[in-house]
Design a protein around this ligand. Structure first.
Ligand SMILES: Cc1cc2nc3c(=O)[nH]c(=O)nc-3n(C[C@H](O)[C@H](O)[C@H](O)COP(=O)(O)OP(=O)(O)OC[C@H]3O[C@@H](n4cnc5c(N)ncnc54)[C@H](O)[C@@H]3O)c2cc1C
Length: 587
């Protein structure tokens, strides 16, 4: 079968903040760049980011990037690479000004400067008083950023393939990544996009869990493509549960609510965070607050008929502040929880939110893999940025406001590096037909009717199993049982079937393709978690309650083949300042 093809210098898979900021660098430098997105670009999940983006601008309270760096290293439970963290915190300041100049309508202070709010885990002076570092456009910061970046890309003439689904990476005869096979969703027809460099910017994988703040499209496709290309995923056991999802539904209520002065109470009206984090209270870091909420509920202090949630109170802020600073939250709460926060508290419970781990990269977005005896190698022509990547700035726990920062800083840097790469490698490599056939087989597999479980049923079972066995608290027993069940579901996938075979509006087929990705990525989380025998950041094991720096101060690497694990050292040396040595983490 002959498959139509298109050629570009660079291919970017994903049109969220990471993909669009990379594309903007490339298009502005006259590099021929294509951006593929399975949804219209401005529907990427970045659009849903509420609270804001961190940068030590010191507009509201004293601040500097070194304090930001300290908080990020501490927040990561010392697993983040300190060179990458230093780089990100320094770059934060020019990055936010660049966005401001590109047209992002940030909220303003009376003196005209960018408005900044307090977020969890932020401090002045290396662990002192609360800082206010999160630059916000009301509670719709991601919306403002994504739309601005999209408009700038249109101006720079970036070539968009909207509503095209990337199936798999393809290689040349030497094994160099040379583009991707994609599917036009509307027609169901495949298209080969050949490129000298390919950037994965496919975002998160929150759909791996049943209750999640993530959009339906966050299915970990880029991570799964990397796994299938033999690339390991790093630190996947560290999955963040955001403390305040709408109870039973999962939609996010931003940490900005607590930053503006909202707080959590149990069924007795007690501000229980004072017991768990005496100093930072409701603005302790997310892993700490999530564990506290789950503990309150487990110990019988949950609110509601079934005692299965906690209350987020903000009525004392007054209608004016809520409508000015948190209008989207008021709307979400009214629609999804039936509670108007001007009068009554919002019922909340932790919700799956953010993958700290992902495709291992260096500071320039280049994908790096270990090649034995402690050394590493760049995968020629392959880049990753955004939530699907792991430059290791979040370690074991991400701070709120640091992800928008991560996607913007590293998306931009990846774009800049690709410009150099395509100039140094001006020739297009030809795709190996065997590699193309393999990618095509992912698609043609669904042409057979099959007799097994319907794919949509398997998707629901898989997500429930992940939620039950890889949640906020994890013990050996619970995880081992979960792993077995996940392996069974992986086996059942082999002859899963579609319920709807129509090619036009082929959503059933797309969901089945996504399911394969969910299974691969879900297993990377489950297996990495089962192996790490300590508690660190978001990975919390009652059977190993302490952090163990002697044995576990290392990054994990999961390989799809035989569910194999490997490890590599944490980079504790920053670029220009002294290291922050591991300390007990208290808030
Ligand atoms: C509700 C919510 C609120 C948040 N609030 C904040 C906040 O206030 N501050 C903060 O710092 N972080 C926040 N985060 C986290 C942050 O928004 C995300 O981590 C970040 O936006 C991810 O950006 P991205 O560019 O990596 O991916 P995304 O924005 O998720 O974009 C992924 C892109 O990849 C494309 N794609 C994926 N798979 C395929 C495929 N197979 N084929 C083709 N295209 C594909 C999608 O179409 C999309 O264009 C929030 C997250 C959520 C869910």
């Amino acid at each position: 079968m002959s498959i139509p093809s298109r050629h570009f210098d660079a291919l970017i898979i994903g049109a969220g903040g990471a993909g669009l900021n990379a594309a903007l660098q490339l298009a502005s430098a006259d590099v021929r760049v294509a951006v593929v997105s399975k949804v219209f670009p401005t529907r990427s999940h970045t659009v849903a980011a509420q609270g804001g983006v961190n940068a030590a601008l010191a507009n509201v309270l004293p601040d500097n990037w070194h304090w930001h760096m300290f908080d990020t290293v501490k927040g990561s439970d010392y697993l983040g690479d300190q060179d990458a963290i230093e780089f990100m915190c320094r770059e934060a300041i020019p990055t936010v000004y660049e966005l401001e100049h590109a047209g992002v309508p940030f909220s303003r202070l009376d003196n005209g400067k960018i408005y900044q709010r307090a977020f969890g885990g932020q401090s002045q002076d290396f662990g002192g008083d609360q800082a206010a570092r999160t630059c916000a456009a009301a509670d719709r910061t991601g919306h403002a950023i994504l739309h601005t970046l999209y408009q700038q890309n249109i101006r720079a003439r970036t070539h968009f393939f909207d509503e095209f689904f990337a199936l798999d990476l393809v290689r040349d005869k030497d094994g160099v990544i040379s583009g991707a096979l994609v599917l036009e969703i509307e027609t169901g027809e495949p298209l080969l996009i050949e490129a000298k460099a390919t950037l994965l910017a496919t975002g998160g994988c929150g759909q791996v869990f049943r209750t999640t703040s993530n959009a339906h499209i966050n299915t970990g496709d880029g991570c799964a493509m990397a796994l299938r290309a033999g690339i390991p995923l790093m630190d996947m056991e560290f999955y963040q549960f955001h403390p305040t999802g709408i109870a039973g539904k999962g939609m996010l209520i931003t940490e900005g609510v607590r930053g503006e002065g909202g707080f959590l109470v149990n069924k007795d009206g007690e501000r229980f965070m004072e017991r768990y984090a005496p100093r930072a209270k409701d603005l302790a870091s997310r892993d700490v607050v999530s564990r506290s909420i789950v503990t309150e509920v487990k110990e019988g202090r949950g609110a509601g008929e079934n005692g299965d949630y906690i209350l987020l109170k903000l009525d004392h802020l007054g209608a004016e502040v809520i409508d000015k600073r948190l209008p989207g939250i008021r709307e979400s709460s009214r629609i999804f929880a039936g509670a108007d926060p001007i009068r009554e508290p919002i019922p909340v419970f932790p919700t799956a939110h953010y993958a700290m781990g992902g495709i291992p990269t260096d500071r320039f977005g280049r994908v790096v893999v270990p090649v034995g005896s402690g050394s590493e190698q760049v995968v020629a022509g392959l880049y990753a940025a955004g939530e699907c990547a792991c430059a290791s700035v979040h370690g074991a726990n991400r701070l709120g406001g640091n992800s928008l920062l991560d996607i913007l800083v590293f998306g931009r840097l990846a774009g800049k590096d690709i410009i150099d790469f395509v100039r140094e490698n001006p020739y297009q490599r030809s795709v190996d037909p065997a590699s193309l056939d393999e990618a095509m087989s992912r698609l043609t597999r669904w042409d057979q009717k099959g007799g097994g479980v319907p794919a949509h049923q398997l998707r629901a079972d898989f997500r429930k199993c992940m939620e039950d066995h890889a949640g906020v608290f994890r013990t050996e027993e619970v995880m081992a049982e979960g792993y077995q069940r996940l392996c069974e579901l992986r086996d059942q996938f082999k002859d899963a079937r579609l319920t709807d075979h129509s090619k036009v509006f082929n959503t059933a087929r797309i969901e089945a393709l996504e399911l394969q990705n969910l299974i691969d990525v879900g297993l990377s989380i489950a297996v990495s978690a089962l192996h790490r025998k300590e508690s660190r950041g978001a990975h919390s094991r009652p059977d190993y309650p302490n952090r163990d720096d002697v044995h576990w101060m290392k990054h994990s690497l999961y390989y799809r083949e035989a569910d194999r694990m490997d490890y590599k050292p944490v980079r504790t040396k920053p670029l220009t300042v002294e290291s922050f040595p591991p300390k007990e983490r208290v808030y």
